[in-house]
Design a protein around this ligand. Sequence first.
Ligand code: FES
Ligand SMILES: [Fe+2]
Length: 393
Amino acid sequence: MIKLSGYGRIAVVPAENAELTRVGAGTPMGEVLRRYWQPVCLASDIEELPKLVRILGEELVAFRDKSGRVGVLDAHCAHRGASLEYGRIEARGIRCCYHGWLFSVGGECLEQPGEPPDSTFCSKVSQPAYPAREFGGLVFAYMGPPDKEPVFPRFDNLEKPGWELFAYRNMSRGAVAECNWLQIQENAMDPVHTAFLHSTISTQQFSDIYATLPQLDFAETDYGMKYVRSAKLPSGRTFVRVQENYTPNMRSIADNLTPDRPYADGANLIGWWVPVDDTHTLGFHIEAYDPNDKEKVSTFARAKEGRTAGTQEKHRSYEDTQRHPDDKEAQVSQRPIAVHALERLGTTDRGVILFRKILRRALKDVSEGRDPQNVFRDPERCQIKVVSGNTVS
Ligand code: FES
Ligand SMILES: [Fe+2]
């Protein structure tokens, strides 16, 4: 048996895996993440006022002008840097509070009311802007090189005839998760933890059938990877759960209150873990629901801040979190940025290992001038086919 003293262990601390985790402009993963449309806020956040957001380490202001167009601009006014979060929303754009410069959603300077009437200075100035659009109740921005802007992806589970979409913040790791994006995103490819963290360790946080230790299988897909988690239940039935991660920071998840009876259901939501910066992360979901069955939203949509399932009470105290830890406690406590060099990966970590390999491939693709996985160019071929789901048979 290997015995290790704690003495000296912090004398030399290995660096985190900067290549996979850092998200700033010009960093390898920061450049990969900037090749995709990223959610920046809820559409309902910008009904009347602008919204200051920090995404990939950049301060931005999202807003909807009074003509209904959505914009995502650099937060700091091109004139002398006042934040446009204090700007006034108008029909043609947003007017900076300080000296009244007016900018369109595309960042054109439309007015400089303090300059002489015959000035042409306005045409020489613009506010840095990103392409922005709404989908399913979220505002998305494309923050990458202008000539690399991809087609907006389609997800077939969000296109069910007659179903409607709604969006919400995934606050299961806190309103803003105080850790790097990758440890949360890769948790989705670590299905064995549902038998421990969410079952035998904390008490049953999902339905009972997650407590049975599963067989694990992992495979690459056209869009990233999936796990297949199979468990032979005490009832004699077999429970199979499939879940997918899509390169780089998207995923689909089926509900986790799966009953112990013959049952089959697919994932009705798509989730994003969006880096605020290297050590803070925002969760967003778009979920499809049958309007004739309003109650049938997923357990994730009903979850309280800091909890994963809709059936759980909010943690009231630190002691609560120690007695009944959840995803937030497990993943945020891996350190602000989990240090891969300190990990001891076992056989159940095959999914995490594979996901990192897929991300390294995306890094290589971008660094060598290719489009990474899920950057679509053809509007006829931009659909992600979702296979996540639960079956009990
Ligand atoms: S700082 Fe915005 S108009 Fe002057
Ligand atoms: Fe979990």
